[in-house]
Design a protein around this ligand. Sequence first.
Ligand code: NAP
Ligand code: FE
Length: 385
Amino acid sequence: MMRFTFEQSGKIVFGRGTLPEVGRYAASLGSRALLVTGRSFAASSGLLQRLVDSLREANLDVVVFPEVEPNPSLRTVERGARLAASKGVDVVVGFGGGSPLDAAKAIAAVLALGGAPSDHLYPKAVEKALPVVALPTTTGTGSEVTQYSVLVDPDARKKVVMQGPALVPRVAILDADVTDYMPGRLVASTGFDALSHALEAFISRRASPLSNLFALEAARIILSNLPSAVKGSREARELMLYASMLAGVAINQAGSTLAHGLGYYLTVHHDLHHGVANALLLPHVLAFYAERVGKVDELAASLNFRSWEELVERVCKLADEVGIPDSAASVGVTESELDRMAEEAMFYRRNIENGPVIPSLDEIKQIYAECYEGRRALLRRLGRA
Ligand code: NAP
Ligand code: FE
């Protein structure tokens, strides 16, 4: 028996050369725009000026907030919201990777709801936000189609999230020309974020036949195109932009699980890119689930692998091929840290409890210990080295 709900609002505009359409879309939503972006890429590529020109040509007043750091903090959102409120902004444009897009979405929520960013965190649901136009410049997070804004609480040293249907951008403009600027390493790391979204959404408790369509199509595209995208193929990068959006729709419905929940520690405490953190954990998390429930078998079969072990091997080989480090040890994690990592990870219950089985503290320690040892050790254990 099938039973599910599927809600996906927002317009998706996909195509090379669509970036200058931002003015037209933003003008249909407001008259004073806050343009939220990162500190370097937008300006140095010259694209910031093109966006401002497009917005001004559409008769919008524009305030630029080019101050979003990777893994944006609640304080950045607060500063952006204060600036926007002082200028009477009524529409927010986000341009960048997941960090500027998430900051733009959170600023839009704070503007509509008032108060401080920390007043609106999960488990509260964001029910109101200013309209957002999102233009992703990386091929990973899918933030342009999700109801999540992932932020850092710098005092608690934790990733926190704002969540709610009102956070889904009203318009997402996906122009693959922006991916020409991405260094191969960024394509690799953000590609593994998208792959995690796709595989985790499929094995999630909240997966449905409809969210699985998005998850499986995204996984197929990423598994066969990531290496050439990393090497610079424009066609493959366009496909990665498409697949990361599909995977975003999948997690928007089904949520992410353990790879995300356990990866946050590595980002917050070891400054590791979100996609690399997911990549380090993904094979170990898949093996953990596969050894306990049938979901990973089903996932492997849907992707035409003969067994879940073959899927795990493929994910490991792909990570090797695109230069993802082999182990948590190789990115600076120490063995004495593993217990504390597991205890801190328990904070991310939202992700942990969304998986098909809920690991105990000891099992989380075990997954971190395997991740510390690395992929090669995992493949040896599975008899696939
Ligand atoms: P990012 O943190 O937005 O950007 C990483 C770096 O790449 C930045 O230095 C950025 O420059 C640069 N960059 C961006 N686009 C570029 C381009 N086209 N060419 C060259 N450099 C470029 O990376 P991200 O992986 O896209 O986003 C990660 C964040 O998204 C994390 O905070 C993660 O938790 C969050 N996330 C959100 C969701 C969601 O559903 N909302 C899902 C997954 C992850 P600047 O410094 O100039 O910005
Ligand atoms: Fe992610």
